[in-house]
Design a binder for this molecule. Structure first.
Ligand SMILES: [Zn+2]
Length: 260
C-alpha cells in the first residue's frame, strides 16, 4: 500500500537530493577546516612563544644567565642576519593580550633612532621591557619603570645600553658643565645634568684610552648601572642572585653589543 504523499522519486529528484547532501557535507568540511586552521594558527603562536620566547610564558621565568644568553644569541642572529622570524601577527598579539607580559629583560636605552632594542636583539612583542630616553639616563621616572618591570613583571635582567656617537653625550661634553649647577634652567639642562657627572669623572681620570665622547658614554653607562644597583628596593633580589644589572654598548656600524 502506498501513502498518498509518497511517490517513488524520479531519477532527477534523486540526483538533486544527492547533490544537496553533497554540498552540505562539503560546506561542513570547509567550515571545519577554516576553524581548525584558526586553532592551528593560535597553537603555532603558542609553540613559537614556548620554543623561542619561553621567557614570556606565565609558567616560566628565565634565570639571569638564560636571559643574558637570549640577548647574546639575538644580537648574533641580528648581526648575521639570520633572524628567528618571531611571530608578530594577530594570533600572537591575542596570546599576549590573554596571558599578559613577562619580559625576560629590561633595556634602559637611548632614544636614538639607530638603536632599537627589539631589532638589535632580534626579539618580539612581550620579550623586552624598554625604557628609552636620550642618553640612557636614569631619573626618578625611569627608575620607577625599572622597578615596575622587576617587581611586578619579574624581569631578571636589567641592561643599561649606551651606544657609539651618542648625541646626548656629545651635548653633555660640549656644554660641560653648567647644567649640573643649574639643572632647573631648562628641560635640556635637567637631562645634561644627569650625564655631566660622567664627563667630570672621565676628565679626572688622566689615563683614558678611548676618545672623550666614547669614554664618557661608557662612564655614563657605568654610573647608571651603579645607580640602579643602589636602589634599596632591588637590593634583595640582587643579593639573592635573582636580578642582575649590567652595562652594554651598541656599535653602530657592526651592530654588535658589548656587555661590560
Ligand atoms: Zn644616544
Amino acid at each position: 500500500m502506498k501513502f498518498f504523499f509518497w511517490q517513488k522519486p524520479r531519477s532527477w529528484q534523486k540526483y538533486t537530493a544527492y547533490s544537496i547532501v553533497g554540498l552540505v557535507l562539503i560546506g561542513v568540511f570547509i567550515v571545519y577546516s577554516v576553524l581548525s586552521e584558526d586553532e592551528k594558527a593560535v597553537e603555532k603562536a603558542w609553540s613559537t612563544k614556548n620554543s623561542t620566547q619561553s621567557a614570556t610564558t606565565s609558567e616560566v621565568t628565565l634565570s639571569v644567565e638564560e636571559s643574558m644568553q637570549q640577548l647574546l644569541e639575538g644580537n648574533k642572529r641580528y648581526i648575521e642576519q639570520k633572524l628567528a622570524g618571531k611571530e608578530i601577527n594577530q594570533e600572537y598579539r591575542q596570546v599576549l593580550k590573554e596571558e599578559g607580559q613577562k619580559p625576560f629583560a629590561v633595556i634602559v636605552g637611548c632614544s636614538d633612532s639607530r638603536v632599537p632594542p627589539e631589532l638589535i636583539f632580534d626579539q618580539a612583542f612581550g620579550d623586552l621591557f624598554v625604557v628609552r630616553v636620550a642618553g640612557n639616563v636614569i631619573d626618578a621616572v625611569a627608575m620607577a619603570s625599572v622597578e615596575y618591570a622587576v617587581e611586578q613583571l619579574h624581569s631578571p635582567l636589567v641592561v643599561v645600553l649606551g651606544h657609539e656617537s651618542c648625541g646626548a653625550v656629545k651635548a653633555a661634553v660640549d656644554n660641560c658643565c653648567d647644567a649640573i649647577d643649574n639643572p632647573n634652567d631648562s628641560n635640556m639642562n635637567k637631562l645634561l645634568s644627569l650625564i655631566q657627572p660622567s664627563v667630570q669623572e672621565v676628565k679626572k681620570e688622566a689615563t683614558q684610552d678611548a676618545p672623550l665622547y666614547e669614554a664618557v658614554t661608557d662612564k655614563n653607562v657605568a654610573i647608571m648601572v651603579e645607580k640602579i644597583k643602589q636602589n634599596p628596593q632591588l637590593s634583595t633580589l640582587i643579593n639573592q642572585g635573582k636580578l642582575s644589572i649590567v652595562g652594554a654598548k651598541y656599535h653602530l656600524e657592526s651592530g654588535e653589543v658589548d656587555f661590560f
